[in-house]
Design a protein around this ligand. Structure first.
Ligand code: KIV
Length: 263
């Protein structure tokens, strides 16, 4: 069973923290069978499951539903619940209450986006026993501010803000931080200055761990494929081929055959 303290141990022992998203019981089991130990129930489900253009419309109810599905099936993974837009931005008290609901749904930690501005929320959650994972760089819930999904921290002053933000959230009690779509050199500097693990997505090789969206990794979602995605399989192509063959065989009277019929 992977636990929150193991994240620190992995950093000390220079062991990679390998994270993937999952949104349902079937994939939670497959992820565990593959030997992965950390599952993020990401609000990316707004895009890959719900078919929206961004994550902003995802609700607490959506997230809790999927967290329950994953937590009900996973047996040994560290499960991280991703706090959706407007579940923590408005204030500390609401943020703590919503974070608590994730733990009641079976998550072991929550993730939220933002740096120094989130310090009071991270402290408040940590004080009541809710482990928090930060998320810096290209934070998808701020997509409207960026004017699209764009690499962050390229300019020196923005890079310094991210360095400062990472230190601030570590000091506030965050147990790890996701670094998304930032230059590899900056991610390396952040990783070197923190004692908590950095988990990169589009942040180069020198992070303490990596995270990918499951459907990107499996080649199931091809509507928007960022540069940092490596498809390790091509399941959309496989699914298309299977469905076309099924249609063809039914049309041609080849399915069901004797083998698929009761006698
Ligand atoms: O929602 C999500 O899946 C995420 C990852 C991309 C880090 O936040």
């Amino acid at each position: 069973m992977m636990t929150v303290p193991d994240l620190h141990r992995y950093k000390r022992e220079q062991k990679k923290v390998i994270v993937v998203t999952a949104y349902d019981a079937l994939f939670a089991r497959i992820v565990e069978q593959a030997g992965l130990e950390v599952i993020l129930v990401g609000d990316s489900l707004g895009i890959v499951v719900q078919g929206k253009a961004n994550t902003l419309s995802v609700t607490m109810d959506d997230m809790l539903y999927h967290t329950r599905l994953v937590a009900g099936a996973a047996q040994k993974s560290l499960i991280i619940g991703d706090m959706p837009f407007m579940s923590y931005q408005a204030g500390k008290d609401e943020a703590v209450r919503n974070a608590g609901r994730f733990l009641q749904a079976g998550a072991h930690a929550v993730k939220l986006e933002g740096g120094a501005v989130m310090v009071d929320r991270i402290q408040a959650m940590t004080q009541v026993g809710i482990p928090v994972i930060g998320h810096l760089g290209m934070t998808p819930q701020s997509v409207n501010q960026y004017g699209g999904y764009k690499v962050q921290g390229k300019e020196g002053d923005r890079a310094q803000v991210l360095l400062d933000d990472s230190k601030a959230i570590e000091e506030a009690g965050a147990v790890a931080v996701v670094l998304e779509a930032i230059p590899a050199k900056l991610a390396r500097a952040i990783t070197a200055q923190l004692s908590i693990p950095t988990i990169g997505i589009g942040a180069g090789l020198h992070c303490d761990g990596q995270v990918l969206v499951l459907y990107d990794l499996l080649g199931m979602f091809d509507e928007f494929v960022p540069k940092f995605v490596k498809p390790y399989a091509h399941l959309k192509a496989d699914a298309l081929q299977a469905l076309r063959r099924y249609k063809e065989e039914v049309e041609q009277g080849k399915f069901p055959s004797d083998a698929e019929s009761y006698h």
